[in-house]
Structure formats: structure tokens, C-alpha cells
Write a new protein. Structure first.
Length: 142
């Protein structure tokens, strides 16, 4: 049960951070159905871009990298990211997918040159959140 509580705490932190950043949470979780499979991204959100009067929609999958091996966590996250990306593109082609990662992971792992090359070449979009301040620190759109 503690792991479930921890998961919900992280989702709530990211939810608050997105709202602070001007997003409206539309789905918790976001159901993604394709053919004979249903998957669930952690959150769905939307934001009106005033200058263009368009709605931007995103799906968010939260990854906190809790195990001792960040490389293994990245491998799992990337597999899930591409699975969701494929299905979202079929169901809602106007919705972008983002991984949400904590600031400590961004600083300690995602700043490595090898990981930066990988993320850029694989075109993985993500945002960095500060769990203590419940804020989004940085958006990386690839």
C-alpha cells in the first residue's frame, strides 16, 4: 500500500505543477485505446494558447526513476513512451506526449552527454518538475 500512496503523491505533485503552469487537467488517468489494447497515461491536460486561440493537448507519463539503475528505468520508460506515442497518434493525433521527470533525475542523469544525445535522437519530449515546490522547471520538446 505505501507504494500506491507514493505514486498518488507524485501524480498530485505533477498535477499541481501543471495547473500552476496554466494547464487544465482533463483526464486522470488518460485512457488510450487502440485496436485490442487499452493503456493509461498518468494525466491528460489542455491549455488554450491565447495568441492563436488554439487548444494544445498533452498526455503525461510520470517517471521518477526509483530503482538503483537509471539506465534500466530509462529503457522501461522509453518502451512505454513509444507504445503510448503510437497509440495516441492514432487516437488523438493533435495530442503531444511528454514524460515528466523529477529535477534530481534531470540533473543527475539526463545531463549526461550520452543521455542527451539519446533523448534528442529519439525525439523524446519531457518536462522537469520540482516535487518540493510543485512546479515545472523546464520543458524539453524534441
Amino acid at each position: 500500500m505505501p507504494r500506491l500512496d507514493l505514486y498518488h503523491n507524485v501524480v498530485n505533485v505533477v498535477r499541481v505543477a501543471l495547473v500552476k503552469d496554466g494547464w487544465t487537467i482533463t483526464d486522470d488517468p488518460l485512457t488510450v485505446e487502440f485496436e485490442d489494447l487499452t493503456v493509461y497515461a498518468d494525466l491528460g491536460a489542455a491549455k488554450i494558447i491565447a495568441a492563436q486561440k488554439l487548444e494544445q493537448k498533452i498526455a503525461v507519463e510520470i517517471k521518477v526513476f526509483r530503482t538503483p539503475s537509471p539506465v534500466t528505468e530509462l529503457e522501461r520508460a522509453v518502451g512505454q513512451y513509444y507504445l503510448y506515442l503510437t497509440f495516441i497518434a492514432k487516437q488523438e493525433p493533435d495530442r503531444a506526449l511528454f514524460l515528466a521527470i523529477p529535477e534530481r533525475i534531470y540533473k543527475n542523469f539526463f545531463q549526461r552527454p550520452s543521455i542527451q544525445v539519446f533523448v534528442k535522437e529519439r525525439q523524446i519530449s519531457f518536462f522537469v518538475f520540482n516535487p518540493e515546490r510543485e512546479e515545472i522547471v523546464k520543458w524539453i520538446v524534441n
